[in-house]
Ligand binder design. Structure first.
Ligand code: F6P
Length: 466
């Protein structure tokens, strides 16, 4: 059978495939795609011969031949250079992303972006309709594909359709600013089940639906246009076993020791690991750190801050600005407080393989996760999974989905600089015995709500939808 004729009983679609094509000189290779979505879904797909993942390769151009990764099929969907600018950089990342993250930068509304968004969503829906076997289960992911559930429902009423939003769903008062608010809600309501990261996200969504469509909602069941859609909170997890086994790997541990030594074996390592995004609150933590040093509450003699900032969306409004601001702050802190040969902030604007990140989690006495808004934040969970001796302190923003679960973290309001400073200072000085109970509780949680469990819960609920 030709590859394009093969039908699948389980189809996943997200903007990106789990791997992306990168060029090193003349050689092309596949590397893992960035972000939490891929790291959470990959273990669910791994080795599943009945599953296919439809998405973009990260390179503009027509869709290429299907290929296999980790024992499952990947089906590339083409996105042209022009669409990349209008659909991905434009509507997805300069309209929806900021709007859904509390309008931290002003969302832009352009009709040309919307047209491209619709066109690309139609292409994804057509690709999935073509891949899905009769009665198949389809799982659609994230804000790039909000219209796909409805388009797919029209084309293939036989399918069981689930949708999961990885980012926050905003307050209704913000959502209703969107000129295409009704089209998007109607698109989403093509799904049998809509999953959000938190109960607040699910409430916000139901409130927006009630206001925009007048649909009848009973609890989390929405009746609209003769169909029922269920809504629920499904907080996403990580591949805890994989992260924990990397943390136990002697090669990774040796690398951790090497990194600590290369930092000058400081008494306290503070760590931030983020995509370089204005939502992540990287500037906030650097400012707090600078003030703590200036006030003598932390000392360069025993503290080092490592900030990993993975390059991200550099062509999108707001991202060049945040990079400039972060790099200026890093320069300022090092210029004022560093000593010859020993910067106090080690800043890397680079992507790192997971093995290297785990080595960094292993040496981090204090993990700084300070977003202004974040759907979940899997870095917080990965850090916890890397602390088998229950050591370390997680400083965690209240405005992350993770804070709903990791209640024993050092919770902070990233808008409150004095509060953040006190939390960072206390975390850096906290004796291990005092830190242990909080970490133990968080570890139990991260072990029980893994990516696999998250997917099982979502798919079991989807199978139960009438
Ligand atoms: O979690 C939000 C998200 O947009 C994911 O959909 C994506 O995998 C990740 O962030 C990385 O972003 P991008 O695909 O824009 O590089």
């Amino acid at each position: 059978m030709a590859a394009e004729d093969q039908k699948w009983s389980f189809v996943v679609t997200a903007n990106r495939l789990p791997v992306r094509r990168v060029w090193e000189g003349d050689t092309a290779k596949w590397v893992p795609s960035p972000g939490g979505l891929v790291s959470a879904l990959r273990p669910v797909m791994s080795g599943n011969p009945d599953a296919v993942w439809a998405g973009w390769t990260g390179v503009p151009g027509p869709g290429t031949e299907p290929f296999e990764v980790d024992g499952f099929q990947c089906h590339p969907v083409g996105v042209s250079q022009g669409e990349l600018q209008l659909f991905y950089e434009g509507f997805s990342n300069a309209t929806l992303w900021p709007l859904f993250h509390d309008a931290l930068v002003p969302p832009e509304y352009h009709r040309t972006w919307w047209d491209a968004y619709r066109t690309v969503n139609q292409r994804y829906a057509a690709a999935v309709a073509n891949l899905a076997a009769p009665g198949a289960t389809v799982w659609i992911h994230d804000y790039h594909l909000l219209l796909v559930p409805g388009l797919l429902r029209e084309a293939r009423p036989d399918l069981r359709i689930g949708f999961f939003l990885h980012i926050p769903f905003p307050a209704r008062e913000l959502y209703i600013r969107l000129p295409w608010r009704a089209e998007i809600i109607n698109g989403l309501l093509g799904a049998d089940l809509i999953g959000l990261q938190t109960p607040l996200g699910a409430d916000n969504f139901c409130r927006a639906v009630a206001r925009i469509t007048g649909a009848k909602t009973t609890g989390k069941l929405i009746q609209h246009n003769g169909r029922a859609t269920q809504v629920g909170a499904f907080p996403i997890g990580i591949d805890t076993d994989r992260i924990a086994s990397l943390a136990a790997d002697p090669a990774v541990q040796a690398r951790a020791t090497e990194i600590r030594q290369s930092l000058g074996s400081p008494a306290t390592v503070l760590l931030g690991v983020d995509r370089l995004d204005y939502t992540k609150g990287i500037e906030v933590r650097l400012r707090a750190f600078r003030e703590l040093l200036a006030e003598g509450r932390l000392s360069v003699d025993d503290c080092v801050l490592v900030q990993i900032a993975e390059p991200s969306r550099s062509q999108v409004t707001g991202y060049a600005e945040v990079r400039q601001a972060v790099e200026q702050l890093v320069g300022d802190v090092n210029g004022n407080f560093g000593v010859m040969g020993s910067p106090v902030v080690h800043y890397l604007h680079q992507s790192h393989p997971i093995e290297e990140l785990v080595a960094m989690y292993l040496i981090a006495d204090v993990m700084l996760v300070t977003p202004l808004r974040d759907g979940m934040n899997l870095v917080a969970k990965e850090y916890v999974a890397c602390r088998p001796d229950n050591s370390g302190v997680l400083v965690l923003s209240e405005f992350t989905g993770a804070a709903q679960e990791l209640r024993t973290a050092e919770l902070i309001n990233p808008h409150d600089v004095e509060g953040l400073k006190s939390a960072m200072e206390a975390a850096a000085h906290r004796p291990q015995a005092e830190a242990e109970p909080a970490m133990r509780t968080m570890r139990r949680l991260v072990r029980s709500n893994t990516a696999q469990r998250w997917a099982e819960r979502f798919l079991a609920r989807l199978e139960g939808c009438e």
